[in-house]
Design a protein around this ligand. Sequence first.
Ligand code: FAD
Length: 457
Amino acid sequence: TPSIVWFRQDLRLADQPALAAAAHDGPVVGVYVLDDDAPGAWKIGGAQRWWLHHSLTALAADLKKHGVPLILRRGDAVAEIGKLAKEVGAETVHAVHHYEPWWKVAEDALGKALTLKLHGGMLLDDPDSIRTGSGGRYRMFTAFWKALRERMPPPEPIAAPRNLSGPSGKIASDDLADWKLLPTTPDWSPGFADWKPGEAGAHAALKAFVPKVGAYDTARNLPSEEGTSRLSPHLHHGEVSPAAVWHAVAKGKGDTEPYLREVGWRDFTSNVIDILPAYADANGRNAYDAMPWRTGKEADADFKAWTEGRTGYPLVDAGMRQLWTHGWMHNRVRMVAASFMIKHLLLDWRRGEAWYWDCLIDADYGNNSVNWQWVAGTGIDSNPFGRIMAPLTQSPKFDAADYIRTWVPELADLSDGAIHDPEEAGCRPADYPEKIIGHREARERALQAVKKVTARD
Ligand code: FAD
């Protein structure tokens, strides 16, 4: 009898332990179930649906070469996989373990209905096995990383199984086109063409980055340069395993530690959502429940201006437009733009989390929530709220002039000296907005507001 491989955010053939184990047992049926209900507000966002469409297309083609079908079903994963198992006469389901709360619920339920064999492969190591001296879970990245680093390197990645085969006979599957994952907004997708979703694209991006890893520590802070790996959408969809990334990068020249540490952040965020499953919705520090976030019409208008890249702060606007056009934003600018929304506009971090969720091709429950709470100061490990980033200072400090020219064409003709703060330089073009709020005024307002929290913290 065949066994089923349940694909989720592990859309690859190489170093895919669930697929390897199933191949060992006999014929394999792959399945992907699109469930837009179980994740609630965290159903797959707009930009990511585009990625998923292409990644599933690539995975189906790669599996087909080995005679393995990728069956597409829509609805409740447990019910759909139960039905499929009956149809094909399978008893065993192999899957890579995931940490999002809705996946954990589904894994528990499926494990009761069928024989579910869960495998690692999503992270460098299982966070549940990384324990403090007294046996507890880590809540701070630095200590978590120290403990994880000692357990590294991860096992060498394994190649795609050679002994793959599929069952005989036809199995019903949805047609991917009917899922309508591709965007219909006419002006939405031009910047998306640069991305290459799928396992081959992931390995190409990794190969291109390895020679750059030694320069990463400095280059990663410069939005005008391509100093980072841009592997995040590939890692989120599991098109390459973190172990494969680790071993490829560790062979690079120069200091590889700063990069490996960032990949370690990814493990840490899964550790956080594993111990605090509601982290994308609940403040890590309860005292922040008292924070007087702005609400109402004016606040909504400010939020809209932020999403559209019309705040009058060039670095923030450049980032928000890169996000919309490209589905991705440079990490430093993600921090600056998030901080601006939370502190300068005094808006609840959850609003920004939801916007990034819908716009990012790498939107990830753990990575997004942990980083938003880190910037907001509301998290279990975070940057204090009172440390307010100054976008106008960050912009020249990290040499963002060319980045701004790329994403804010109204400012393209301004000099390096003027482009970071055209209003102050007296050369703001008429088609570029005035600052939505002055930096000093915003800072004062934010520090005043947070007093409500610190009084009880
Ligand atoms: P690189 O610098 O090349 O890093 C390599 C890999 O390490 C990344 O692909 C990613 O998997 C991991 N990584 C790097 N930085 C972080 C980090 N701070 N936290 C967790 N993992 C990290 N990343 C996401 O993958 N999904 C998100 O939804 C997401 N939301 C974010 C929201 C905010 C407010 C901020 C400040 C950061 C967010 N990040 C998120 C983290 C980070 O910005 C991206 O992972 C990174 O910019 C992706 O580009 P890269 O692959 O070139 O990164």
